[in-house]
Design a protein around this ligand. Structure first.
Ligand SMILES: N[C@@H](CCC(=O)N[C@@H](CS(=O)(=O)O)C(=O)NCC(=O)O)C(=O)O
Length: 212
């Protein structure tokens, strides 16, 4: 890709890609969205990321920036305003810690999703992933309140929590987290009204090629 715009390689359900989509919109950075299924043979992702994972932010010169946390860090360095991280480094670490929890819940959800597709899913393995999801949600519920998560200013932590919660609706719709996490339910409802969230609502994708 050699043009003057950024291209984000994304997938319709991807919470990792949604974090980046929201950040790009919140920062007013123009980009084109390239939606694909990274598990299909025709994926472009490996051409830009040796780890073969999306999202990938493809720069105008064709270089790929990959790994959502790194993409977000890259954006914060190159497009500092509006900031999505507090200037105070200790507060910034609080936001990053929340991103660790959210990414961990997403990682466990992905592993559980594919384990369920196996001919003989491992019950202990699925229980282990479910524990990580539930433990992460409990930790987030303890942080949830009426305002924004860090320094009461919208930022990375809110983006991460919003994306993981809506991702559960897509990839783990039968998880009953809404019954016992009222703070997270309220937070999700508030965040989903933001234009950047409304423009990036995740939807399931059809994976027709064998993955596991
Ligand atoms: N740690 C990575 C995880 C990205 C990831 O797992 N992406 C998935 C797609 S999705 O689950 O986000 O929809 C992928 O590309 N998987 C392909 C593969 O793992 O080979 C990040 O934060 O960017």
């Amino acid at each position: 890709m050699l043009n003057d715009m950024y291209e984000l390689i994304s997938a319709t359900p991807s919470p990792y890609a949604r974090k980046v989509r929201i950040a790009l919109i919140e920062k007013g950075i123009a980009f084109t969205l390239r939606t694909e299924v990274p598990w299909h043979a025709d994926t472009a992702t490996p051409a830009y990321n040796p780890l073969e994972k999306l999202p990938v932010l493809v720069l105008p010169d064709g270089q790929g920036i990959y790994e959502s946390r790194f993409i977000l860090e890259w954006l914060e360095v190159h497009y500092p305003d509006p900031p999505l991280l507090p200037r105070d480094p200790v507060l910034a670490l609080q936001a990053r810690q929340i991103e660790v929890i959210c990414d961990g819940i997403c990682d466990a959800t992905v592993l559980l999703f594919f384990e369920r597709r196996r001919e003989a899913p491992s019950a202990p393995w699925m229980a282990r992933q479910r524990r990580k999801i539930d433990g992460g949600l409990s930790a987030l519920e303890r942080l949830a309140g009426p305002g924004f998560l860090v320094d009461d200013r919208f930022g990375l932590a809110d983006i991460c929590v919003g994306t993981v919660l809506r991702y559960l609706t897509v990839r783990y719709p039968d998880h009953p987290w809404r019954d016992t996490h009222s703070g997270l339910v309220a937070m999700s409802g508030r965040l989903e009204t933001r234009a950047s969230f409304a423009a990036s609502v995740p939807v399931p994708q059809s994976i027709v090629e064998a993955v596991v």
